[in-house]
Design a protein around this ligand. Structure first.
Ligand code: RUQ
Ligand code: CUA
Length: 662
């Protein structure tokens, strides 16, 4: 018996109990180095400050712990979407969208039809420039069902199903060949909005640049999204013809402003460049005016006009002409300071924040004031006859933030955040309106430097009617000195910022290099709102229709059959073999090959890679995939499983023999 017990040393006993409680609470034996002197000396050795350790504790996510948020970031001209966990900043997966991608088998056996939906007049296009991802919304909140993303390069929009994180549809409006202000959704995802970009002749017909004002136009497209089908309904979608200003970003109204769309524009000068002919270059020519036009579009009105037959069918697509739009009060302009870029609607739908990259202020318009100005009428019109509402009466406030303000996000404390491209900083400012921070008014609250040249920013649930606050992401276009050199081509830099503290207390928590082209924009959704499938619901699943495939292979029915030159291969796959393992055919055969995975175990994905024929599949548990090819080259082709799946993965192969035709 210990001495202190024998002498009834209760103080000693309490000390022992206390020590045991502490020991079990912190379990010092369960990891390698956790005494306070250890972490302090590690911090000292690595030169970490207390702020650094705070940042580490806010982001470090031990093995097995899951993230609270999921961020969907566009992948720029890599044509993909990146899925990143927050706060850990771990890359969870990429989603192939406009670009073939072999890991997902996208474009190498599956996804061809989806990709082909984005070909223009039969022209194969195998890249895209993803700019603005938009999560589907119900009542102005992300619902976790769908993700949309636009392709700036070719004016296309893609639909991604968040049950399996795969691209299901790509659409292209045949009236226009470029876009920028997309995608944005209305508060119940009835419409996916794709704003225009550079002026072009409608349907990209030929017209000389000298005829710019008469023959070139701007455009915005309203894609009707059919929730039940999970697809854009092409026939119920329509475009609105606009003057040939360069429409830039758009945002959709919500709550009080539901049914209205707001887009920036620049180049109201209608400059056409021509540096080689002694004209001012575009960069100067499009920035001469002190103001451009905020476009205020009455979407509900446009839908009524469309539904009552007010659209023309042009090149196979519904178009509401500019005259029709003006005659039906669908379009208004309001002057906005020089060369605006971002337009963002406050969570209540009551304020519209515009940032002009050549003006150090953000300009805040009031939706109510805009409605009042429309009701009051105007005697001002642009050269195309579009009514121009006065800036003075529609503007609520201006806040001076710094150089190069671009994009704005919102939190749950009544603050807004605006990226400052030229200053390489984020400004936090207070919305002085009722329901935000009237006690602070419309004022700058603080700034935090970022590295470097920030474009978009994204806040947790930041585009909803109830942002979460907590985290803000800076999507920086340059990284310069932040990472080890990888030669002349550098990654972009994502920086996670803690915005949970009030006033000017902002802290950069984490830097993440992005090596998949410039991700323009991101949206951040609470992980608990996503409901991705663990495995496909049933064996034989067709991921395109999200139902059991009619041609799924039942176990026991595998085999190769022939009808003239048409060969049908029916195959199943389960760890660790294909059945059949030989496919013996003839040169000149046309082959239709179905592979059905019988797997039900999570993560038991098999690949199917065939040399020479450019085929590679990712067959996820339960999935059934059918692909076709022509056996043009005789020989012996060893196919194999490209996804490590079991201890006998290396043995998972088979032979395709193609006998020469005599
Ligand atoms: S853009 S950096 Cu959204 Cu394409 Cu502003
Ligand atoms: Cu199946 Cu590797």
């Amino acid at each position: 018996m210990p001495k202190f017990l024998r002498s009834r040393n209760w103080g000693g006993l309490l000390f022992l109990l206390g020590a045991l409680v502490l020991a079990f609470t912190f379990r010092p034996w369960s990891t390698n180095a956790q005494t306070s002197s250890d972490w302090q000396s590690i911090a000292a050795e690595r030169g970490l400050s207390e702020a650094d350790m705070r940042a580490a504790m806010m982001t470090y996510t031990p093995s097995g712990m899951l993230d609270e948020y999921v961020m969907f970031a566009s992948g720029g001209h890599g044509g993909q979407v990146l899925v990143i966990g927050l706060p850990s900043m771990r890359l969870l997966r990429t989603i192939a969208v406009f670009t073939p991608e072999p890991w997902q088998g996208y474009g190498y056996g599956v996804g061809e039809e989806t990709l082909a939906g984005g070909f223009i007049d039969g022209q194969e296009i195998t890249w895209g420039d993803t700019h603005h991802p938009a999560l589907s919304e119900t009542n102005g909140e992300y619902d976790g069902n769908w993700l949309f993303v636009g392709d700036k390069a070719n004016a296309r929009v893609a639909v991604i199903d968040l049950r399996d994180f795969e691209t299901k549809q790509i659409v292209h409006n045949p009236l226009f060949l470029n876009d920028h202000g997309g995608t944005f959704v209305t508060q119940n995802s009835d419409y996916v909005i794709e704003g225009g970009a550079y002026g072009l002749p409608i349907a990209s017909e030929y017209a000389p640049l000298a005829d710019y004002q008469s023959s070139y136009r701007g455009m915005i497209t309203f894609w009707r999204f059919d929730q039940a089908a999970g697809r854009i309904d092409y026939s119920q979608s329509f475009a609105l013809e606009l003057p040939p200003y360069w429409q830039d970003l758009c945002d959709s109204g919500k709550l009080v402003s539901d049914g209205w769309i707001f887009c920036n524009s620049f180049n109201t000068e209608m400059a056409t460049g021509g540096i080689q002919a002694g004209n001012p270059p575009f960069e100067a020519g499009v920035s001469r005016n002190t103001t451009d036009y905020l476009h205020v579009i009455n979407l509900n009105g446009a839908v009524s006009v469309f539904e009552s037959g007010g659209a023309e069918m042009v090149n196979g697509f519904n178009l509401i002409r500019l005259e029709t739009a003006i005659a039906n009060n669908l379009l208004y302009f309001i002057p906005e300071p020089r060369s605006p870029h971002g337009v963002d609607i406050a969570p209540g739908g009551d304020y519209i924040v515009v940032s002009g990259k050549l003006d150090p202020h953000v300009t805040i318009y009031s939706f109510q004031r805009i409605m009042d100005a429309i009701a009051a009428g105007t005697s001002e019109f642009d050269p195309f006859g579009v009514p121009v509402l006065p800036l003075e009466t529609t503007m609520e406030a201006q806040v001076e933030l710094g150089l190069g303000p671009l994009h704005t996000q919102f939190d749950n404390q009544g603050y807004a955040y605006t990226s400052l491209f030229l200053d390489s900083a984020i400004a936090r400012w207070s919305l002085g309106g009722e329901g935000y921070r009237p006690q602070d008014g419309w004022t700058l609250q603080g700034r935090i430097p970022v590295q470097y040249n920030v474009g978009h920013i994204a806040a947790a649930e930041g585009d909803t009617t109830s942002p979460d606050g907590r985290f803000l992401l800076a999507l920086n276009k340059w990284s310069v000195d932040r990472f080890l050199s990888t030669g002349p081509l550098l990654p972009q830099n994502f920086q996670l910022i803690d915005i949970s503290q009030p006033g000017d207390q902002l802290q950069v928590l984490y830097d993440m290099p992005i090596t998949a082209a410039e991700p323009h924009y991101a949206q951040i959704i609470a992980a608990s709102t996503l409901h991705a499938w663990d495995v496909y619901p049933e064996v034989g699943w067709d991921s395109q229709t999200q139902a059991v495939a009619a041609d799924a292979v039942q176990p026991g029915t595998e085999g190769v059959t022939r009808d003239g030159n048409n060969v049908t291969v029916r195959m199943t796959v389960i760890r660790s073999h294909y059945n059949p393992e030989w496919v013996e055919i003839q040169e000149g055969d046309h082959v239709v090959w179905t592979i059905t995975s019988l797997e039900r175990a999570r993560d038991a994905t098999h690949g199917f890679g065939v040399p020479y024929y450019n085929i590679n599949l990712s067959i996820e548990p339960g999935e059934s995939i059918t692909f076709e090819f022509d056996a043009t080259r005789p020989g012996v082709f060893s196919w194999y499983c490209t996804e490590f799946c079991s201890a006998l993965h290396l043995e998972m192969m088979g032979y395709l023999t193609i006998a020469p035709s005599r």
